[in-house]
Structure formats: structure tokens, C-alpha cells
Design a protein around this ligand. Sequence first.
Ligand SMILES: O=C(O)CCC(=O)C(=O)O
Length: 407
Amino acid sequence: MIDITKFPTIRTLLIFSLSLPFFIFESHPHCPIMSPVPISQINTGHIDDVQELRKAKPTLVPERFVRDATERPTLQSANRFPTACAVLDHDSYEVPIIDFSKLMKVDEDEGSWRAEILKLKRACQDWGFFQVVNHGIDLSLVEGIEEVAKEFFMLPLEEKQRYPMVAGTVQGYGQAFVFSEDQKLDWCNMFALGVEPQFIRNPKLWPKNPPKFSGTVDDYSREVRKLCQNLLNSIAITLGLKEGTFNEMFGVGVQAIRMNYYPPCSRPDLVLGLSPHSDGSALTVLQQGKGSSVGLQILKDTKWVSVQPVPNALVINIGDTLEVVLTNGKYKSVEHRALTHKEKDRLSIVTFYAPSYEVEIGPLPEMVDEINHPCTYRRYNHGEYSKHYVTSKLQGKKTLDFAKIIN
Ligand SMILES: O=C(O)CCC(=O)C(=O)O
């Protein structure tokens, strides 16, 4: 295994991705797959800042944001009902709710632990998404991160632009995953940071304002990291694996945070807040802002289903790495997207947790049997997938073709 911290050239960060916390590093003889993206060749054209656009011309939706008819959302949901109200013809679909505190109490109450593990297994198998309640993260931190995120997005544009997301990169303030002039844009402003391990941080992008921003991100991320590691232990158990399987394999996991702010949009029927995608992470933890519009939708049985916010719950989804690759497709990495709202804004705070870059991954032998579950994914280096992910636009589950074995 390469200890990446020992190679200063590898450490030089060029790009950081956040639907999966990936970086692309300078080319290095020990790590040839991590060659740099030719940023100079990326021509994104002009990208409007959607908050500024909304302020200046509240009813204008520039053509670049208008989706093709096939991509437009069917709006019967949050936009008809201004508060959290369910949706579409899939009203009855509800993302499973897992009580995390029960997962942590195997010794005290084995019966309810077993029942919760079973629920978790079904959630991973049938949904790829679930909400966790009683997750153990202090309410003051959950509220605190929302507060600093909102304060940041409300700063004047010039202040936010001191931390620019350079074209082709996904760290800083701006819009990620834009690679060409004619690519449609999302109705969203993003601010993203690499958090762990320390060497992936770009200190120039950590804002001084609001003053509590950096400390809150650190405190929150530490707690979310523990949550991810504990959930990975429980998920390993649901697969009949040793509890520590994933955490041992992942090494020092890579963690990133992305804050998404979606201002209201006069034509939510024409735009998307965030394009459909699956996450390249192992696990993603998503906090829906209190009072935000209902905007997260997941693709369930070919229909888009809204995730109704549950007070103080966190939304968890399994990313490509865990569900599709390590479990050989048994658990699903599910496509999701975000919608906008005519009158209300939306804030989401998303943490991506993934294996260390140098780890080689592929379906676990326990998940493969030649007759019923032949191996459908190849082995690859996680850093290699990172590079692939960050150099692709968000496009459903397309990035996973990278790992598929085509017969
Ligand atoms: O805002 C949301 O709920 C969706 C966020 C998301 O999917 C992402 O940041 O990858």
C-alpha cells in the first residue's frame, strides 16, 4: 500500500470532487493514474450565480438552465404545497427510518438491535436510502452547521468569490461538474471543502467569515465521520460480514462536505436544482435545512419520490463504492436529484465518506458466486475512480460504467 502522505508531489491537490470526495493530483511516478485534468482546456462559458440572478431579475430563467422536456420535473409536489408535502403518484412511498440508537445497543437489548439491523438491511437492499433518527449528533451542531452555511451563502458575492471553484474542480464556491459551454446548468450555488485526511485540505478555501464557519465544519465533520464509521459497521453486519470489514479496508477514509443553496426559481417546472446522479462515495450523509423546501428526490421503481424531511433526521445513502462495487450490486447506489421551489429556498449540507485513495476495491469474494451472483464489477484503484468521477458531468449512474464488466 502506498502511504500517500510520504509523496509531496502526490499531495499537491489539483482538483477535489464532492459527490465523492476525490482529488486529482499531479502526475507522479508512483501514482501514474492521477494525472492532472487539463483545466485550461475546459470552457464552461458564463455561469450565472443563481442567487444574484434571482435578486436582479426574479422572473428570468436563462436558456442555459432550461432543461429538455424529458428532464423536466413533474411538479405536483412541494411547489403546489408550500410546506413539506408529499408528492407525485408515489405519495405512499416513504424512505425507511432507522433508529441509530438501537443499532448501537446490541448488548443492552439484543431483540430490538436485531429488528433494526433487519430494517437497515431492507433499506439498503430495497431503497439505497434511509433516514436516521437518534443519530447521536448534538442538536446544537446540527443547527450550528446550518446557521454558518446560510450565513455564508448570504454574504455578498464578492466575499464568496474569494473562495472560487475553478472550472473543472469541485472545491470552493461556484458550480461543480460543468465541463462545456453548452452543458445545462443547475439552479444551485455550491460551497465545497475537502475535510479529511488533513492533506486534502486547501486552507485558502476555508472562509474566515462567518467567524465560526471553520470550527463548526470541523466539529460537525468529526461527528458525522463517527456516524459513517458506525453505520458502516452495521451495514457490514447486514451483509453477514465481520463488523469492521469496511472500516479496515477503507484505511483513513476521505471525507468532504458540500453545502448546496437553491434560491427560489420562478419556473421550477423547467429547471433542476441538481442533476440526477449517484454518489461515488461509500456513504453520504445529507442534512436538509430546517424550513427548506422539499427538494430531494430519489429514483424508486422508475419514479421520482420526494424525501420528506423528518425533524432532526439525517438522510443516508449508499454510494457507488459500497453498494455496487463492494457488494457486487446487492445494495443499490440510487440516483437522486434536487428540485427547486417557486417561493421557498433550500439548503442542504452533504458529507461524502469514501475509502482512502490508494485502496484497491472490487466486489468482496463473499458477495460473488459464479452461478447466482457472478462478478459484475472489476477491481480498480479508488483514486482512479475518483479521477473518472470528477472529470464527468453528473449524469445518472453513468460514471459506474467505468467499473462494470461488459460480457
Ligand atoms: O440538496 C439535495 O437534497 C441534494 C444534494 C445532493 O444530492 C448532492 O449534493 O450530491
